[in-house]
Design a binder for this molecule. Structure first.
Ligand code: BGC
Length: 422
């Protein structure tokens, strides 16, 4: 490959999904939610019935890793209940198919969803959720330890807690409940430490299991350099979303509970007179384009930030890192290809500079249910036609491009920095 940026031979080139977003047929707090575009998760991509076909698609993509969630609400009907055998067998079958296809699984234990009996008891505000979760994970790890070595305990506790209790985007749609936000983070951090011990004790077919959270890293800043109030808002957001959360999970002796740190990286949110200048925050795309903001359908892009944050995490925590999510939502495939190229360029620079990054998981395998936004955000390596009840999958050009990268174990150098903003 011309201009190839070679990655280490054992690097994981993966893709990722989460149960509520792709499986369908779930009964959790999202089941009755209907997004403004009319979308709901009741069928989603029907991955629940079609996971075998989706594993074939992954083989076609040439990925050697898959970050998947296991849905707690499917497996336990009540606190401390035994796991549902039939549902467990389905996940075991999925894991066996992945193994047969040479695809390493990374299992996410909590990705924004809870059983209804947890929700009705107060969710993660209730301290009793912690032992209930530890019990669930103990049973799950006992069942799957021969098949899974990479355990991602919590996906983006920051996003979950902020959208649930500060920004009103996730059920139960509360706003500005700072104490609830903090309590949720603290309970999740405690659960992370406790399930980490469970996983460690269980072992993993003689090898040491890997344990970590996936931290969403968003850069915050002012849109105008001299707007002091926007500087202040950015600093407060950074503290609440990044600093406070990292400290809860990785500060002091808690650092020892993790063997890796997952990084979900999408970009940047800048404030203009307190307004977040990102499509995900409701800013109008045309206005953003006029102001020169380069973004996908969610966030402002900042490829250079990926290198910065990887080096920073490496220095601060000394833990191996995975990019547990990166991707772009857009119907402009050239944009998505450019975006991927520029981020992999940054990633390659970090690896070459000695940062121990062990894998990259493209978000997402499939176009899927994007939580409060329904089906309007197109992140898939495979496009899904949601207007056809057969939900056909189709390889995208981004998927083909990523296949070339996975097969070569190498990215390509960007032509010129066309997406980078600073
Ligand atoms: C989440 C995914 C989500 C993606 C794109 C991440 O914050 O983990 O569930 O679909 O970003 O918004």
């Amino acid at each position: 490959m011309a201009g190839a940026l070679k990655f280490p031979d054992n690097f994981l080139w993966g893709t990722a999904t989460s149960p509520t977003q792709v499986e369908g047929h779930v009964a959790n707090e999202w089941t009755d939610y209907v997004a403004p575009d009319g979308g709901h998760c009741r069928v989603a991509c029907n991955h629940y019935h079609r996971y075998a076909e989706d594993v074939d698609w992954m083989a076609e993509l040439g990925v050697n890793a898959y970050r998947l969630g296991i849905e707690w609400s499917r497996l336990q009907a009540a606190p401390f209940a035994p796991l549902n055998r039939q549902e467990l067998e389905r996940y075991v079958d999925l894991l066996d198919r992945l193994k047969a296809a040479g695809i390493t699984p990374m299992v996410v234990l909590h990705h924004f969803s809870n059983p209804l009996w947890i929700t009705s008891a107060g969710g993660w505000l209730n301290p009793a959720t912690v032992p209930a979760f530890v019990d669930y994970v103990t049973k799950l790890v006992t069942a799957l330890k021969e098949r899974v070595g990479l355990w991602n305990t919590f996906n983006e506790p920051d996003t979950y807690a902020s959208l649930t209790y500060l920004l009103g985007g996730f059920p139960p749609f509360r706003k500005w409940r700072l104490l609830s936000y903090r309590k949720t983070i603290q309970h999740m951090a405690e659960a992370h430490v406790r399930v980490g011990e469970v996983i460690r004790r269980a072992g993993h077919g003689g090898r040491t299991p890997e344990i970590g959270i996936a931290k969403n890293w968003t850069f915050f800043g002012p849109f105008e350099r001299h707007a002091l109030w926007d500087h202040l808002l950015a600093a407060i957001s950074h503290h609440a979303f990044n600093g406070y959360v990292l400290d809860a999970f990785l500060g002091g002796p808690r650092r020892a509970a993790s063997t890796f740190l997952g990084v979900n990286y999408y970009g940047l949110a800048r404030f203009k007179n307190f307004e977040p200048m990102v499509p995900a925050g409701g800013a109008c795309r045309k206005r953003l384009a006029r102001l020169g903001v380069v973004c996908d359908d969610m966030f402002e892009r900042h490829p250079g930030g990926l290198g910065i944050i990887l080096k920073n995490f490496h220095r601060r925590y000394g833990l191996p890192l995975y990019i547990t999510e990166h991707g772009a939502a857009s119907s402009d495939e050239d944009f998505r290809i450019r975006d991927l190229t520029e981020h992999l360029h940054e990633l390659h620079g970090a690896v070459k500079g000695g940062v121990d990054v062990r894998g990259f998981f493209y978000w997402s395998l499939l176009d899927n249910f994007e939580w409060q936004f329904g089906y309007s955000k197109k992140f898939g390596l495979l496009a899904v036609d949601f207007t056809d009840e057969k939900l056909p999958r189709k390889m995208t050009r981004v998927g083909e491009f990523y296949r070339g990268i996975c097969r070569a174990g190498a990215a390509v150098a960007p032509q010129k920095s066309s997406v980078a903003i600073r």
